[in-house]
Design a protein around this ligand. Structure first.
Ligand code: AGP
Length: 611
């Protein structure tokens, strides 16, 4: 997830673009760039500055350079393809340095397109998927920039929001979108394109939304929008009353709620980035086939929410790939002198990639000659750099301290990795792989339907927010989800909560339950459903209020429990990615009801870089 912006008008736009990028920085901040065209004396001179690091680096470079122009584009990056590097920063140029483009999204078929363009003589300088786009536009450019962009986009698969400018048409910007957001900001004698409203809110509050597959042709005096059939679309602008800070939250009260609500997109982008035509690609993992075929054991090392994703991975890797998996708390693993048989694979999970305990666990595993793979949401993070390979989630930057969208994106990676290992080891066939991938492809819409049920969960929180203690119970694939549910409640509402495998309750914890200690149980359709029903009856017998998370259509359980949260049906192996979402919302609403600062909970930090 990156931030993009464009300006066409009379003013010198360098500071307009830079300030706009500052408003978009929460979208990505590992590198950035601005390019402007100076039309004075018909010179049509393009100047560009790109820097690695956050926007301050770009601002400093710009302050040292004489650069002006009244047409320009800018970008702040969250690396997906190609590490943070000046060559990979946007804008990208064509071979003649005449056409420039900034992009937010992922081009899935970039490799075959790149090879095709190289075979036709195009020269590439970056590792990005994006650069393919500007060379495609160049390939089709014949004096009409809108036409060239349309033809180029007809060739690509994936998600994009782009802004394109050309030396040959100094009064024009072209924008287009598919899945990634793009808005037009309407000014007086000037117009803007941007990833979202905050970027240009200080200049206008009049906007047009560019819909799926539309292309916008923008000059300083006019805006034309064409649909995918190249038909002109009539749109009426809307006026926003947002102030800058709320806009960054896109109207949500907190970053955490915004990030919870972004999960179907985060999971979809993560799936799409690794699945193409029913083939799972984990290229950056660099995992050698012989390692996959010969590994005797897998260790997963992580902390907090990432540890819970590791627990999900254990269930599905053992189920599909039939490899024994140990899930280890990283801060324990690094000091326990672990027994690591050779060859072993150690998977580190860390959204930030900067958690010191996880990095130290990686170093310990390396010392013991294990093969290290890191699952992270941040390219080039320390954990990634210390590993043999990496697999990325594409959730975009997460600002709320309590992880949400990075967690479900991690779980999607764990599912894909388990199928990938199983396929390579011959435990499942191509047909079975396609069958499971079809199920995973539907996960984003299932998550969306759970998020649409938000108000029901809010009503429940209004009933349960007064209780001082909670017990969460689950069995098999339900247990990692309740561990995460309990952690979310603890870390943002400061209410005491414990998670237990449901069968373990009668060995002690059941002593805690009663009318003042509600039980939240995962009781969805699964091979252990009848067992969990028994456990629910046990706690009901001790007067505990029970909230059951169950599959839509299960009426019977409503006679047994106090409240139900319904979730869409999915095979049990893949249930955690759905079941964790209502538990995030339950915790969020209880924390809100208790007046907690959910984005910056007390005593916590987003990235724990100290022991
Ligand atoms: C989760 O909400 C917390 N922020 C925390 O437990 C977090 O998961 C843990 O610190 C690990 O962080 P990482 O994924 O960046 O390594």
């Amino acid at each position: 997830m990156c931030g993009i912006i464009g300006y066409v008008g009379e003013k010198d736009c360098v500071s307009i673009l830079l300030n706009g990028l500052k408003r978009l920085e929460y979208r990505g901040y590992d590198s950035s760039g601005i390019a402007v065209l100076n039309k004075e004396d018909n010179r049509n001179e393009i100047s560009m500055v790109k820097r690695v690091g956050n926007l301050k680096k770009l601002e400093k470079a710009l302050s040292k350079k004489e650069m002006k122009g009244s047409l320009g584009i800018g970008h702040t990056r969250w690396a997906t393809h190609g590490k943070p590097h000046r060559l990979n920063a946007h804008p990208h140029l064509d071979c003649k340095n005449e056409i420039l483009l900034v992009h937010n999204g992922i081009i899935e078929n970039w490799e075959p397109l790149k090879n095709e363009l190289i075979s036709r003589g195009h020269k590439f300088i970056s590792e990005t998927d994006t650069e393919v786009l500007v060379h495609l536009v160049e390939d089709y450019y014949n004096g009409d920039l809108v036409k060239a962009v349309r033809k180029a986009l007809n060739k690509v698969e994936g998600s994009y929001a782009i802004v394109v400018m050309s030396k040959k048409s100094p009064n024009q910007l072209v924008g287009a979108r598919q899945d990634s957001p793009l808005v037009v900001g309407l000014g007086n004698g000037e117009n803007y394109l941007a990833s979202d409203i905050p970027a240009v809110l200080e200049h206008t509050n009049k906007f047009l939304i560019i819909e799926q597959g539309e292309i916008a042709n923008i000059t300083k005096d006019k805006v034309e929008i064409y649909d995918r059939n190249e038909k002109l679309v009539n749109k009426s602008p809307f006026e926003t009353n947002w102030d800058i800070s709320s806009a960054e939250k896109e109207g949500y009260e907190d970053f955490m709620l915004k990030e919870i609500m972004e999960q179907s997109i985060a999971v979809r982008e993560t799936y799409r980035s690794h699945v193409y035509k029913y083939k799972i690609s984990l290229d950056e993992s660099n995992l050698p086939i012989d390692i996959i075929k010969n590994i005797k054991k897998i260790f997963i090392v992580a902390c907090g929410t990432s540890f819970h994703a590791g627990y999900v991975a254990k269930g599905v890797v053992e189920r599909f790939a039939r490899i024994p998996v140990d899930v280890e708390i990283a801060s324990e693993f690094r000091y326990k002198d672990p027994i690591i048989p050779n060859p072993s694979l150690v998977i580190a999970i860390s959204q930030s990639g900067e958690t010191i305990d996880t990095i130290a666990a990686i170093r310990e595993a390396k010392r013991k000659n294990a093969w290290i793979l890191t699952i992270s949401n941040v390219m080039e993070s320390s954990a990634v750099r210390e590993s043999d390979g990496a697999v990325y989630t594409f959730a975009g930057p997460e600002i709320g301290v309590a992880a949400s969208k990075t967690h479900t994106a991690q779980i999607m990676i764990c599912y894909l990795l388990s199928l990938y290992l199983a396929k390579v080891r011959g435990e499942i066939t191509s047909a079975e792989t396609a069958y499971y991938l079809n199920i995973l492809k539907e996960v984003p819409s299932k998550i969306k339907s759970v998020l649409d049920n938000h108000s029901k969960i809010k009503e429940l929180a209004n009933i349960y927010y007064k209780f001082p203690d909670f017990i969460f119970i689950g069995r098999k694939y339900g247990f990692p989800a309740v561990m995460e549910g309990a952690l979310k409640l603890k870390e943002i509402s400061y209410v005491h909560a414990e998670a237990y495998p449901a069968g373990e309750m009668k060995h002690g914890p059941i002593a805690l339950v009663g009318e003042n200690c509600p039980v939240v149980a995962i009781a969805d359709d699964s091979s252990v459903y009848n067992k969990i029903l028994g456990n629910i009856s046990e706690v009901k017998a001790r007067n505990a209020p029970v909230v059951a998370l169950t599959t839509i259509g299960n009426e019977k359980i409503k006679n047994l429990v106090d409240h139900v949260i319904e979730v869409p049906k999915i095979p049990e192996e893949f249930s955690a990615i759905i079941n964790v979402v209502p538990l995030q919302l339950f915790a969020y609403e209880i924390a809100k009801k208790l007046g907690c600062n959910v984005d910056q909970p007390r005593n916590l930090a987003k990235t724990v870089t100290v022991e």
